[in-house]
Design a protein around this ligand. Structure first.
Ligand code: UT7
Length: 358
């Protein structure tokens, strides 16, 4: 359905822990090898948060970076949505912490939980708010610290995840054109048991003087089932988002999938008839950063000058819930800081030339 007001992405940003953990480091914790992890997942290293780092801290860093990219001030933001399944606390929301820290004094703020798919869900919500004319600028962040919920003795899961945050700034398009061409959101709660972080919520009761039971609160996953779900659902989500945008898969220049496993990404690309050059991936450097993975992958592709402006991009996520979602985006955003630097550089050389000529 076409919304009355267009929305486009004008900024993207990243917040990353400094500490890099390589596959070889993990061989000291569990019975694994660099060769196994690389061939089965494509991951070579990941960022892991220090004890002093928090989900909100990474989200704040990503928010500031995205605002810098867009060249706008925090007090012009109307709404902040943080997609996370590993918030600092059950409440206050991580979004409220971001709002306070960056000085987005006019912004409403809330968290959204759709696991690794959360960022695409949040983008769709932001699109609706802008599209209806309610808000002009929305900051959408995906942030997760999964390392706090991993069993570091379980080789099936601890090798897969990394920590980080990625952000998008969305803006109403005054010219009436839209940068978000379509969004597609799905869920299948019958698969809830396939991927979970149990014993952290209210389903884990302890009352009165009864001390909390000592239960594990580690991420649990049926890897094979999630793998099979992803290779089916990713192509379906891409095709459906294309259809509702009125384009074909051939019109998509770049695919930015959730970065869980390079084999899932390549299998989806093959089914869709996409070439390796069209794939945006950084799973080798970041691992699975959950809700942060899509903006982080796009952010890194922009740093590497892989993304041409303008181009048509498909974002596609999948994860716990089960959830899956996609969006078609007309990418027109340029890094305001780079443009400014270029302008300053040109001005400097013109001034120099003029001084010499005098
Ligand atoms: O955001 C969404 C989150 N999750 C995902 O997207 C995960 C989707 N699933 C996957 O990516 C893959 O299923 C995994 C990477 C998790 C596993 O790959 P697989 O090819 O499905 O391996 P497997 O589970 O069938 O395990 C094969 C063997 C097993 O040994 P046996 O039983 O055949 O003797 C595992 O015990 O590999 C063993 N194994 C490992 N060996 C060395 C499992 N983990 C490791 C490890 N190092 N880290």
């Amino acid at each position: 359905m076409k919304l009355p007001v267009g929305a486009r992405i004008i900024g993207v940003g990243a917040g990353l822990p400094a500490s890099v953990v390589k596959n070889s480091d993990l061989t000291r914790l569990v019975d694994t090898s660099d060769e196994w992890i690389t061939t089965r997942t494509g991951i070579k290293e990941r960022r892991i948060a220090l004890d002093t780092e928090t989900t909100s801290g990474l989200a704040i860093e990503a928010a500031r970076d995205a605002l810098g990219f867009a060249g706008i001030e925090a007090d012009t933001i109307d709404l902040i949505i943080v997609a996370t399944s590993t918030p600092d606390d059950l409440y206050p929301s991580t979004a409220c912490k971001v709002q306070g820290a960056i000085g987005a004094v006019h912004a409403a703020a809330f968290d959204l939980e759709a696991a690794c798919t959360g960022i695409v869900y949040a983008l769709a919500v932001a699109h609706q708010f802008i599209g209806s004319g309610t808000y002009k600028r929305v900051l959408v962040i995906g942030a997760d610290i999964h390392s706090r919920f991993l069993d570091w003795e379980d080789r099936n899961t601890c090798i897969l995840f990394g920590d980080g945050a990625g952000a998008f700034v969305l803006e109403a398009d005054e010219e009436g054109e839209t940068g978000i061409l379509s969004t597609y959101l799905r869920a299948d709660g019958t698969g809830a048991h396939l991927l979970s972080i149990p014993n952290t919520g209210s389903a884990y009761p302890h009352t009165g003087t009864t001390p909390p039971r000592a239960v594990e609160r580690y991420l649990q996953m049926n890897g094979k089932a999630i793998y099979n779900f992803a290779v089916q659902r990713v192509p379906e989500a891409v095709k459906t988002a294309c259809e509702s945008a009125g384009i074909t898969v051939e019109d998509v220049d770049f695919l930015v999938p959730h970065q869980a496993n390079i084999r899932i990404i390549k299998s989806a690309a093959e089914r869709l008839g996409m070439s390796p050059e069209q794939l945006v991936t950084n799973v080798d450097e970041m691992g699975n950063t959950s809700a942060a993975s899509i903006p982080l992958a796009l952010w890194q592709a922009i740093q590497r000058d892989q993304i041409k402006v303008p181009s048509t991009i498909c974002l596609v996520g999948f994860g716990a819930g089960l959830t899956w979602a996609s969006a078609i985006v007309r990418w027109t955003a340029r890094d305001h800081r780079r443009i400014q630097k270029k302008t300053e550089h040109t001005k400097e050389s013109t001034d120099k030339r003029e001084t010499q000529e005098v």
